[in-house]
Design a binder for this molecule. Sequence first.
Ligand code: ZN
Length: 85
Amino acid sequence: MPGLARWLRRTEIKAIHGEQLEAVLRQAGLWEPLMAGRLVCNFCGATIDQASIGCIVKKEGVFHACCSGLSCYMAARGEEVGGIG
Ligand SMILES: [Zn+2]
């Protein structure tokens, strides 16, 4: 049942921690926007800094950042997450 495997993968969330942060964000192409203050949450639109980043989601092959807000984290669980962390 291919749908099940896809669902399981989609529910996996990669949290980002401390020293991994820069490497992970560089890999996703999100580090420079973060440093420039131009990185915003994919769900609520809030500006994200190093303290407020929650996770990364991959949508249609492009990485997006998600803030640490609970509602955004829950929203991120519905998105595909890939290759980070
Ligand atoms: Zn958010």
